[in-house]
Design a binder for this molecule. Sequence first.
Ligand code: ATP
Length: 235
Amino acid sequence: MSILQLKDINTYYGGIHALKGISISVEKGEIVTLIGSNGAGKSTTLKTISGQVLPKTGSVIYEGKDISKQPAHITAQTGIAHVPEGRRIFPRLTVKENLEMGAFIVKDKKVIKERMEQVFDYFPRLRERLTQKGGTMSGGEQQMLAMGRALMSKPSLLLLDEPSMGLAPVIVEQIFDIISDLNKEGMTILLVEQNAFQALQIANRGYVLQTGEIVMAGQGNELITNESVREAYLA
Ligand code: ATP
């Protein structure tokens, strides 16, 4: 069953037509990746799903419900967690406080503690740095914190925008491994990446975006070997 469907989405920023009839689907348990050049509309697609920008036409169906006009703060409480490009952690708050913010609607301290323990299973580094201010963490650690904070809301769908951006290759490997592990444990993931090769390697399926349109779709391993994808994005 599709957990998420975008049907003929058109999103504008004023006069800029950023998404031109985007239709995609994500099945439960999949990793689906969106690849494409700068400005293709990848981030806008995630923002349209999480409600940060509203589509002008078309629908976003999540768990069978039309959420196209739903504001971001409601969507965040109903199982979609969005880890934005550039992490956007709270730099002056500690690691622990950042994680708590991810579960701010949960009142039960025991539940919060349990969720934090689950986050530490994926990101042991965060446990070691509980009292460190978010802003003093390394780029990779901040990415882990941003993902950990998202997991604190116990999402059913995780939207990841460029998690590998600006990170050293060895850290990128770690982040991709963790994304794979999360998925193996059942998390459904929609992953936006510039790093198309690594994204397609871990994804079940992928879509290629170009100036606001889907120009190709297929299994991850099909796209990796596709000649035009290789030329444009994997060179
Ligand atoms: P990148 O990897 O560079 O972030 P992207 O594929 O995620 O690229 P988007 O950020 O979704 O692309 O941008 C899609 C288009 O919308 C681009 O032409 C961009 O300039 C435009 N755009 C994005 N955000 C805004 C905004 N806040 N106001 C006006 N135009 C915007």
